[in-house]
Design a binder for this molecule. Structure first.
Ligand SMILES: Nc1ncnc2c1ncn2[C@@H]1O[C@H](COP(=O)(O)OP(=O)(O)OP(=O)(O)O)[C@@H](O)[C@H]1O
Ligand SMILES: [Mg+2]
Length: 748
């Protein structure tokens, strides 16, 4: 079937054809036959790279251009949301019936808002978590959604991300039963079951546009699924690296998945040694430029330095310890074909399009603290393998596992290459996860009676797969907890959220976190300091990422706890009696001291050295801390502890910028971060008044301040500024307001 023959508006076809797509892939054709364009609910379960997104685009165009509809596109990750947002922007030249152009919006942060501004967009791309929070705020425009697309829907199976997706889908079906639902999934065994739950039809195929040759590597021989084999040369000791280098020599690029960050780094180093002879001069030149970009973005650390060095040799590693900026630079450079061998942890396995002609799955086992090693699921293997051979980039793809022995080779062949993906199972039925969703159901007016709550959860995938009764016990326990903690009240048949409960639901925090914060604020510490508040949020179950103390840190942390004993809002467990609790407390103390180090201006490199916390973790930690401090601020207000407001507000601002309080006026200037602000302060320019008085030449003579920045600074504080901006700066308390916006939760 040709794009030309589709029943979508001509203007849309033109854009698709212009992007190089003229004919439908077979799974796409099947989806059309199954009624995708007639508004039918569908699950599309087809292999990686089979073009699932395009079906969503057809449907979206149909809705927007012919039915004046609105589209919600759900993704599990922020990075994926941005990729899709960029892709959909190509449609913004099309005019709708109203004469207005198609518009695309994205929203992935700030969980305490209904984002009314999203209303003006035709396609709204969000993460599942953001969608959940929008539903809790009862964003009005949700009623106008006529098409819901859920991407990577097999993640229902994921213990962390699955339940949110499941609740969001169940809620959307509840509030907006007429909307069309399109779920995009990897091939899974029980697509039919998921489809029944969603009252949808389903299309499953095994078709891929680019042949993916799967196999296992042992020493210097690859054995393929189809029985073929190939020998490779052995320039280095590591067979996976030899394979990758071979791929680069024949003009391709390779992506190596490692099980841990550490392995991804060591593999990248090994790959670099194998790459010496294969890079051309022009490629080397652009690699030097990219390495420069890495060095110039953010603070210099041992990680950014190593990364830059490896990039110069045509390789890089990609993991969650890197800052978002560095990850983007690497992804772009790999897409442009400059970086030849990329090693990565599995977060890069979801839905992204990369030019990897070869994927090597180096570690098929994962380590879980307290549990040991376990082999990954076939589904995860398929996701990783599926990054190879993407249609825009390559004509053929190879995905290989690495075995050390013949037995292992047979095992891998059988258990992954020839195996079928598993069934997916709902992970919703756990109290830890349910309590926040049960509260939200009441607080956001999705149900008003106990029966209503059971009815709602009776429509989840969990209830569908197991038994509605199975979830009832957990919900009853949760209701009791919420009642006892004053988040809900009961009147006859009816259940209502209290003011507290409603706010907790909107703030998108775990009710248990809210209880901790509420009680801490009441009991207070004998001496209230930054540590008091930082430890308070570190203790909540919402704190993420969790940091486990290393054995060599234990003594220092114990000392830290002793020194700050008076400042904690919670009692320190007895080291000898409650050993487990005490160790947990040390973990919280570690989190608090990392955050404290950040606002005391410790450099990122020192943070890595002292705490083994890498920039990516640090930024995620800061993001979570901002969100939880904001939530604390709101609870401080709610419970009338006015005396605490200034301290919490200042902390939010300091966490945001990573500075001591004395630098706050300076970092409020655009272009001035923590490092420059410290430099200005130490050169005697301590206040805005000081900077106003200093001559422009003096300013430019300071390190890290060029003429452009100097002018910008002067303009901001009253040189050549517009009167409107000037007034804004003069308004003394303005920053206090600013401090309270733009926080965010987990970033991926
Ligand atoms: N009919 C088509 N003709 C040519 N290229 C296509 C066609 N449909 C999709 N593509 C291209 O195929 C690539 C893969 O598509 P897409 O990202 O939608 O895959 P997917 O099925 O979502 O895979 P994954 O499961 O990995 O997310 C994209 O670059 C897309 O532009
Ligand atoms: Mg996809």
């Amino acid at each position: 079937m040709k794009i030309k023959e589709l029943s979508i508006p001509e203007s849309a076809k033109q854009i698709i054809i212009k992007s190089g797509i003229t004919e439908l892939y077979p799974p796409q054709e099947e989806a059309i036959h199954a009624g995708a364009l007639e508004g039918k609910n569908l699950i599309l379960a087809s292999p990686t790279a089979s073009g699932k997104t395009l079906i969503a685009e057809f449907c979206a165009l149909k809705h927007m251009l012919e039915k004046n509809g609105k589209v919600l596109y759900l993704t599990p990750l922020r990075a994926l949301a941005s990729e899709k947002y960029e892709e959909f922007k190509k449609y913004t030249t099309i005019r709708k019936k109203s004469g207005r152009k198609v518009s695309v919006g994205i929203s992935t942060g700030d969980y305490d808002s209904s984002d009314p501004w999203l209303e003006r967009y035709d396609i709204i791309v969000t993460t599942n978590e953001k969608a959940d929070s929008l539903l809790r705020h009862r964003a009005r425009w949700i009623d106008e959604i006529s098409l819901i697309v859920a991407d990577e829907v097999h993640l229902l199976n994921d213990a962390e991300r699955g339940p949110t997706l499941e609740v969001v889908l169940a809620r959307l079906m509840q509030v907006n039963p007429d909307a069309q639902l399109l779920a995009l999934s990897a091939t899974v065994k029980n697509a039919e079951e998921a489809a029944e739950w969603l009252k949808a039809g389903y299309v499953t195929t095994e078709w891929r546009p680019v042949v993916l040759k799967e196999g296992v590597l042992l020493q210097n021989e690859v054995q393929f699924k189809d029985g073929g084999a190939r020998k490779i040369e052995k320039p280095t000791k590591n067979p996976a690296i030899n394979l990758a280098v071979h791929m680069v020599q024949s003009g391709g690029q390779a992506l190596i998945f490692a099980g841990t960050r550490r392995n991804s780094v060591s593999l990248a180093k090994k790959a670099a040694t194998g790459m010496k002879t294969v890079l051309s001069k022009p490629v080397k030149r652009s690699l030097t430029r990219i390495a420069g970009q890495v060095r110039a973005s953010g603070e210099r650390t041992r990680i950014s330095e190593l990364l830059a060095e490896l990039i110069q040799q045509g390789t890089a590693f990609h993991h969650a310890g890197l800052s978002g900026a560095h990850r983007r630079i690497i992804e772009d450079a790999f897409r442009e074909g400059k970086i030849k061998v990329l090693t990565a942890t599995p977060t890069l396995a979801f839905g992204v399009n990369l030019p990897a002609r070869m994927v090597v799955i180096h570690d098929y086992r994962r380590y879980e603290p307290g549990y040991g090693y376990y082999p990954i699921a076939v589904l995860e293997y398929k996701q990783m393998a599926g990054r190879a051979g993407r249609p825009r980039y390559d004509k053929i793809g190879e995905a290989l596992l690495v075995a050390k022995t013949e037995d292992e080779r047979d095992y891998l062949m059988e258990s992954y290459v020839l195996a079928e993906p598993e069934r997916i199972w709902s992970k919703l039925g756990v109290e830890r996860i349910l309590r926040s969703h049960v509260l939200a159901t009441i607080a956001a007016d999705f149900a008003h009676t106990e029966q209503g709550i059971y009815d709602f959860f009776g429509k989840t995938f969990y209830a569908y797969q197991y038994d509605p009764q199975a979830i009832k016990g957990v919900i009853a326990r949760t209701l009791k907890f919420l009642f006892e903690e004053n988040m809900i009240e009961v009147s006859g048949e009816n259940v209502y959220a209290t003011k507290f409960g409603r706010r907790v639901s909107e703030l998108y925090i775990d009710p248990v976190s809210a209880v901790m914060i509420r009680d801490a604020l009441l009991s207070r510490a004998p001496r209230l300091t930054d540590i008091s508040f930082l430890h308070m949020i570190a203790r909540t179950p919402d704190m993420f990422p969790k940091l486990r103390p290393y054995s060599r840190e234990i003594d220092d942390l114990a000392l830290f706890v002793d020194e700050h004993r008076e400042e904690f809002m919670f009692e320190v467990p007895d080291e000898w009696i409650d050993q487990i609790d005490y160790e947990e407390f040390l973990g919280e103390a570690k989190l608090a001291s990392v955050l404290d180090a950040w606002i005391e201006e410790m450099t990122e490199d020192e943070t890595i050295e002292r705490f083994r916390v890498q920039p990516g973790d640090l930024y995620r930690l800061i993001g979570t801390a901002r969100w939880l401090l904001y939530a604390s601020h709101e609870l401080v207000r709610l419970f009338g502890h006015k005396d605490l407001l200034p301290h919490v507000t200042e902390l939010i601002e300091r966490i945001k910028k990573g500075v001591k309080a004395e630098l706050l006026p300076l970092v409020r200037l655009e272009g001035i971060g923590r490092v420059r602000a410290r430099m200005l302060y130490n050169s005697g320019l301590k206040t805005i008044e000081d900077i106003k008085k200093v001559p422009l030449e003096k300013l430019t003579s300071l390190p890290m301040i060029g003429p452009k920045l100097a002018k910008k600074i002067k303009e901001q504080i009253g040189g050549f500024v517009k009167s409107r901006e000037w007034k804004k700066l003069k308004r003394g308390k303005e920053w206090e307001q600013k401090a309270l916006t733009g926080y965010s939760r987990k970033s991926e």
